[in-house]
Design a protein around this ligand. Structure first.
Ligand SMILES: Nc1ncnc2c1ncn2[C@@H]1O[C@H](COP(=O)(O)OP(=O)(O)OP(=O)(O)O)[C@@H](O)[C@H]1O
Length: 262
């Protein structure tokens, strides 16, 4: 029997390990030898301007595309070779809206629960609890169509958490939302890291979504140009703030990798 790798590097458990990943669309190189890892119960911001490769990376992590160059492991399980084991541990909120607008909130969630083999009784309990987590309690019977953009996002987050993943990926989750909704959703996700110990990879191009204690991974046109704790990335790039660092790293053609300890 082949043992799944433990996801441990030394004594350290790794929630997500991206190693030497490249991806091309025909002649267009979208990711170029990207490597980084994230620890459990940490909030990591994947920063990049439009076209940096964030959505491509999410498509590879979620196995929408096969990883042809490099490897991606989720808690030690290779996404290409053991996709079931790997994907069971991850919840994903994609940039594009994915609720069925003609169904109720409950129907949207219970359909997803059944895809994960969660029984009806258990699903009912989890849905009620998760609607509380995302501040949408009592909204089971609302039609998805009747929700605001921010409310739809909250339901998508609840759906991504239904199978109790240990890693949550969100691709531009606040795009198109007003400032208040953005802040509320970000606060909900940050709380999940603290209270549930979930590891989060939060993709955005909005620098004001980064906080001092976060880890960041910065992509520029498919290249990883910085990774590490915010303070260390700021220091390594010679900037005065993360805003300044991101601005330099995003435009500097000659930028080498500003790498710091995770
Ligand atoms: N299906 C595709 N076919 C061809 N090129 C693509 C395809 N999807 C993405 N690309 C190209 O790959 C590069 C990375 O795109 P990607 O969508 O991953 O970036 P992103 O950081 O998510 O940007 P955005 O925030 O605009 O979605 C871009 O140059 C884009 O034009």
């Amino acid at each position: 029997m082949q043992h799944a790798r433990t996801g441990k590097a030394g004594d350290e458990v790794v929630a997500l390990d991206v190693a030497g990943v490249s991806h091309s669309y025909g002649p267009k190189r979208a990711l170029n030898d990207v490597s980084f890892s994230i620890a459990p119960a940490t909030f990591t911001v994947l920063l990049g301007l439009n076209g940096a490769g964030k959505t491509t990376l999410f498509s590879l992590i979620s196995h929408l595309y096969d990883t042809r160059r490099g490897s991606i492991r989720i808690f030690g399980h290779d996404v290409s070779r053991a996709s079931g084991e790997a994907l069971r541990r991850v919840g994903i909120v994609f940039q594009a809206r994915t609720l069925d607008l003609d169904l109720s909130v409950y129907q949207n969630l219970s359909y997803h629960a059944s895809l994960h083999g969660i029984g009806r009784h258990e699903a009912r309990q989890r849905i009620a609890a998760l609607l509380g987590t995302v501040d949408m309690q009592g909204r089971e019977h609302d039609k998805a169509r009747s929700l605001s953009g921010g409310q739809m996002r909250r339901i998508e987050i609840a759906r991504a958490l239904l199978h109790r993943p240990s890693l949550l990926l969100l691709d531009e989750a606040t795009v198109g939302l007003d400032i208040q909704s953005r802040a509320g959703i970000l606060a909900t996700i940050r709380k999940l890291v603290e209270t549930e110990g979930i590891g989060v990879l939060w993709a955005t191009h909005l620098i004001d979504e980064v906080e001092d204690g976060d880890h960041v991974v910065v992509l520029r046109q498919g290249d990883l140009v910085a990774k590490g704790k915010v303070a260390d990335v700021v220091k390594a790039s010679g900037a005065g703030s993360i805003r300044d660092a991101f601005s330099r790293l995003s435009r500097s053609e000659a930028a080498g990798i500003a790498e710091t300890s995770p």
